[in-house]
Design a protein around this ligand. Structure first.
Ligand SMILES: Nc1ncnc2c1ncn2[C@@H]1O[C@H](COP(=O)(O)OP(=O)(O)OP(=O)(O)O)[C@@H](O)[C@H]1O
Ligand SMILES: [Mg+2]
Length: 599
């Protein structure tokens, strides 16, 4: 369902905004339309409040003059006022009401705008996170995790800000247009001269700064992402950094991006706001010139003052609106790369949809078979495997040996369906997992039967119990199963020695535990899952021989139906296996009983 790739979209704002509109939920689109109704109401109330200034000023200075204008006289007679001297109070009330309405609608519009931008932002943020974590494993192998962190922590807030500004831009454009129309009605020539001068000024400035804003936007996006990855790397490897005293290396890299980033941020801020001051001055000069001209040309100053006052007030309202349109445009332009990044992620295939379909139940009663499997990592010239054939029977315990880097871990990733062979097939009881539309659902079903203890165990910063019953809500943990798993993984003594027992927190990535304790938590996690296939990838390498032997005894005593695959460099770990294979140079070079292959 991949649609047009945003990377190919011309970076031009209308295209980006249209691409974003297409990604919005129907509900949000309706809310945007509702918001625009308020924007329109706000614009009209603004025009009315401006329109009420002229008669109000007239009433203050020259009520007879206003009464003599047929249009206004008819309105007053309709309202039951028959004498120009009684105009002051009703006009004051009308004027104040118009101002109150305008302020009310503006406030409501701003509130709705913020509310809606936040809702859209949250939709985008959740969708970006979900879509990213649902991508297949091979996608994650090629990406740096800083991309997702930058997307959620930087690009999303910036995009929300842009959406907010976009609504502001539209509402101010409408308000500015209606003020212009009102001014045109009040005095065509004066209004035209104002529009031409300000219109040209803003147009020229935007043409002049457009490319600079876009370039700064691109720089900011790349620099922030690189900075994030520097932060992650330095903190992730803080032990080595301290031991090797490599601080300067990371600080230099950090500063390299930081300074230009801050400068460009400021540049964009300045470019968006400098016209305000320049054009305000221009506006005041223009009003002074108009005042001079009106005074010189018109014999009656009394009538000129309300007109000039209205125009001045109109300009005073028009200029902030125009400036807001301009600032919004320049800020959106300066954030366009952030929006593009988000749209780019949203354009990726939505595997979440497949996931929601659940998985097709598959049975594993006989064997798993790999036929003619070849595998190559993306952008790698050489295949890791060529034409591998292997059948593993249910209930069998298979040992795998091979030199480091020979492809043992990759091989089990293929067995688990985490990586897909570029050629060949993976069959469970004769059912090919690679074929058919429901291939991903079959693979998920297969994965649900497997517990895998990897070379390096991932631990979340939560309690030991939560790390063993991984991904299960605290309330739903089965404590009987948990205790059995702890015992089987030889963790009993260790956990009993802790003040909070299995409710002890393990620290970020398990920093508060030893390597062997981490490994045993990984093994306990696999036992807790109660799998049909148990895969141990160097899972006991950090343990002393006695602890390892005890765990292996537990493993061997598990159900006869449990299929076990063990990768180990230490040959003693594999001596009780039913069969051992040796992988080398992309092939299975030896296969047989442990005594034949190992010794
Ligand atoms: N994402 C990747 N992209 C490119 N090459 C990769 C990737 N992951 C692994 N490799 C390469 O694939 C080869 C096999 O790696 P693998 O981790 O399967 O080896 P291994 O036999 O498990 O090694 P060890 O005993 O050290 O754990 C290695 O040469 C490695 O460099
Ligand atoms: Mg490995």
């Amino acid at each position: 369902m991949t649609t047009r790739n945003v990377e190919n979209i011309d970076i031009n704002l209308p295209n980006l905004i249209y691409a974003l509109w297409k990604k919005l939920k129907e509900q949000r689109k309706m809310q945007i339309i509702f918001l625009f109704c308020f924007v329109l109401a706000s614009a009209f109330s603004e025009v009315f409040s401006l329109g009420s200034v002229l008669p109000f000023l007239y009433v203050l200075i020259n009520p007879i003059g206003l009464w003599n204008l047929t249009f206004f006289r008819n309105i007053f007679i309709f309202l039951g006022i028959n004498n120009p001297n009684y105009l002051l109070l009703p006009m004051t009330v009308i004027f104040c009401l118009c101002i109150v309405f305008a302020a009310f609608f503006r406030l409501v519009t701003i509130w709705l705008n913020c509310r809606l931008s936040a809702a859209i932002g949250s939709d985008l943020s959740c969708e970006v996170f979900t879509r990213t974590i649902f991508q297949p494993y091979k996608y994650h192998l090629e990406r740096n995790s800083s991309e997702l962190i930058a997307a959620i922590n930087i690009h999303i807030p910036q995009s929300i800000y842009s959406i907010n500004l976009f609504f502001k831009l539209i509402s101010n454009a409408i308000i500015a247009s209606s003020i212009i129309i009102a001014l045109l009605i009040i005095n065509l020539k004066i209004a035209l001269s104002l529009i031409i001068v300000f219109g040209f000024a803003y147009l020229l400035i935007s043409i002049f700064i457009k490319n600079k804003l876009a370039a700064n936007s691109l720089f900011a996006v790349n620099a922030t992402q690189n900075q994030l990855s520097i932060i992650q790397e330095s903190l992730g490897g803080i032990r080595d950094l301290i031991i090797d005293q490599n601080f300067n290396y990371y600080i230099k890299k950090f500063i390299k991006y930081d300074k230009p980033l801050r400068i460009r941020d400021l540049q964009n801020e300045f470019l968006g706001s400098f016209p305000k001051y320049a054009l305000e001055a221009l506006g005041m000069i223009l009003i002074a010139v108009l005042g001079f001209l009106i005074k010189s040309l018109s014999p009656s100053t009394v009538n000129a003052i309300p007109l000039l006052g209205t125009i001045a007030l109109g300009a005073q309202r028009l200029l902030p609106s125009l400036q807001q349109v301009f600032t919004s445009w320049s800020a959106i332009k300066a954030k366009q790369e952030n929006l593009k990044k988000i749209l780019d992620i949203l354009d990726r295939q939505n595997y979440n949809k497949n996931f929601n379909l659940g998985y097709s139940e598959i049975s594993f009663n006989k064997e798993l078979r790999l036929s003619s499997i070849s595998f190559k990592h993306l952008n790698q010239k050489k295949s890791i495997f060529e034409n591998i054939h292997l059948t593993i029977n249910k209930g069998e315990c298979l040992g795998i040996i091979g030199t480091t880097g020979s492809g043992k871990s990759t091989f089990i990733d293929i067995v688990m369906g985490l990586l897909i062979g570029s050629q060949g097939y993976l069959k469970i009881d004769g059912l090919n997992l690679y074929s058919g539309k429901d291939s991903s659902r079959k693979i998920r079903a297969w994965m649900s039967k497997i517990a895998h203890v990897p070379q390096s165990i991932f631990l979340s910063d939560s309690t030991i119990a939560e790390n063993i019953a991984f991904g299960i809500e605290l309330n739903n943990i089965d404590y009987r199963k948990l205790k059995n798993a702890i015992e089987a993984a030889q963790l009993n003594d260790f956990i009993e020695s802790l003040p909070n027992k299995y409710n002890t927190f393990v620290g970020e990535r398990g920093v508060k535990l030893s390597g062997g304790q981490r490994q045993r938590i990984g093994i306990a996690r696999a036992f807790y899952k109660n799998p049909q296939i148990l895969i141990l990838d160097e899972a006991t390498s950090a343990l002393d021989i006695r602890t390892e032997r005890k765990i292996m005894e537990k493993v061997n005593c598990l159900s006869k139906d449990l299929t076990i695959i063990i990768i180990a460099h230490r040959h003693s770990t594999l001596k009780n296996c039913d069969r051992v294979i040796e992988i080398n140079g992309g092939k299975i070079i030896k296969e047989g009983l442990p005594k034949d292959v190992l010794y």
